[in-house]
Each structure stands twice: as structure tokens, then as C-alpha cells.
Write a protein that binds this ligand. Structure first.
Ligand SMILES: Nc1ncnc2c1ncn2[C@@H]1O[C@H](COP(=O)(O)OP(=O)(O)OP(=O)(O)O)[C@@H](O)[C@H]1O
Ligand SMILES: [Mg+2]
Length: 196
């Protein structure tokens, strides 16, 4: 059983704690701490669907299944890290600090444009897109944006998962909402919202 504690903690959302995997620092373990079982079930079902389709995991961390922990069942994913080994920070973090880092406006816009392209090319369906559920990975060859939470399809008949035409419509709707949310919640990012 994996032993998680305050020393392994790397992130926390409303529902889950994220810990470095005690045996493999390239992976993280996510445990539910507050009413997140249904989201976890949907996420894992969707991950299995993507695994069967053999996507290339450019924009999503890989999922490695569940392991028991002292905090209950833990879901194991790639832990996204920057070139320097630091755990990558969320898009929200970067947007909150944009005023002091104007040089990042262009690379962040580019990383988001590439993310959208990848979602469309691979027909990856997300729930609501939020900056706190994306991380920007800083590599020597540039910035990459990955979605680390809230993917999957909650439609009763998830036709958009199977038929690209409907998938494209859904991804474009979600993206439009994301742009509106960016300009509302992060006024500094209006240039980014226009570019993407
Ligand atoms: N694969 C990952 N790589 C790097 N950091 C991550 C990863 N997964 C999660 N994190 C960090 O942990 C935080 C919480 O993770 P996550 O969003 O999965 O939790 P949550 O409780 O489901 O969130 P929410 O509040 O959106 O429901 C993220 O905001 C991010 O900072
Ligand atoms: Mg989250």
C-alpha cells in the first residue's frame, strides 16, 4: 500500500489531493478527499476509451490504473514536470502573474492553439475547460499546455465521442466558453483570448 502524507503532496483541488508517487517521481497519485467518486469514475471510463483508441498523449497525462493508498484508492497518472524537474504550474498560475511576465503572452497563446488543434485532431472531449485544470510544461523546445483534470463526456448518449463531426462541434463550443471565461476572469489575458 502506498503511504501518502504532507511530504508527498504536490497539489490540491476541491475534490482531490495529488501526491508524488512514493516509488516513482515521474508519476502522481490522485486521491478523492471530498465527493469526487462520480467524476473519477467518468474520468477513468473516458481514459480507458482513449487508451483503446491509442491516442498519442500529447495533451493529456497518461493514466496507469489504480493503487491502494493509506488515503483510499489512488489513481496513478504522469506527473507533469518542467525541463528543470519542477512540477509544472497551472495555466491559472501563469495567467495570475501575466502582468509581470508579458513575454509569455505569445508562447502561452501558441501552446493553447496547439492544444486546441490536438483536441480536434484526436477528437478528445472535455468537460468545462478551466485554467486551474491545465498545466503549462516548460521544455527546452517551448511551452506545452496539457489538461490534467475534467476530461470526458457526461452526455447520456455520447455521440460526440464516436462521431468526429459532433466531437468537433462540442470541442469548439467548449473552447468558445473557455475564451469567454479567460477574458472575464483574467482581464490581463485578453490578448491571449483573442489569439486562440
Ligand atoms: N498530472 C499532473 N501533473 C502536474 N500537476 C498536477 C497533475 N494533476 C494535478 N496536478 C496539480 O494538482 C492540482 C489538483 O489536481 P486536480 O485538478 O486533478 O484536482 P481536483 O480536486 O479534481 O480539481 P477540481 O477542483 O478542479 O475538482 C492541479 O490544479 C494541479 O496543480
Ligand atoms: Mg482540478
Amino acid at each position: 500500500m502506498l503511504e501518502l502524507s504532507s511530504t508527498t503532496l504536490v497539489g490540491k483541488g476541491l475534490h482531490r489531493e495529488v501526491h508524488v508517487h512514493p516509488d516513482d517521481e515521474s508519476k502522481c497519485v490522485k486521491v478523492v478527499v471530498l465527493r469526487g467518486e462520480e467524476e473519477t469514475r467518468r474520468e477513468q471510463a473516458y481514459y480507458r476509451f482513449l487508451q483503446q483508441r491509442n491516442i498519442d498523449w500529447l495533451s493529456l497525462p497518461r493514466f496507469y490504473g489504480n493503487e491502494d493508498t493509506n488515503m483510499g484508492p489512488g489513481a496513478v497518472f504522469d506527473l507533469i514536470r518542467d525541463e528543470d524537474g519542477q512540477v509544472s504550474k497551472t495555466l491559472e498560475f501563469y495567467l495570475d502573474n501575466l502582468a509581470s511576465t508579458p513575454a509569455l503572452v505569445e508562447p502561452i497563446s501558441q501552446s493553447l492553439i496547439r492544444l486546441k488543434q490536438d483536441l480536434l485532431e484526436q477528437n478528445i472531449i472535455t468537460m468545462t475547460l478551466k485554467p486551474k485544470n491545465m498545466v503549462l510544461q516548460q521544455k527546452n523546445d517551448g511551452l506545452r499546455c496539457l489538461i490534467i483534470d475534467n476530461i470526458g463526456n457526461s452526455d447520456i448518449i455520447p455521440i460526440s465521442s464516436y462521431i468526429r463531426f459532433f466531437g468537433k462541434k462540442k470541442i469548439e463550443r467548449k473552447w468558445e466558453k473557455f475564451r469567454v471565461l479567460l477574458s472575464k476572469k483574467h482581464p490581463d489575458s485578453s490578448v491571449i483570448a483573442k489569439a486562440i
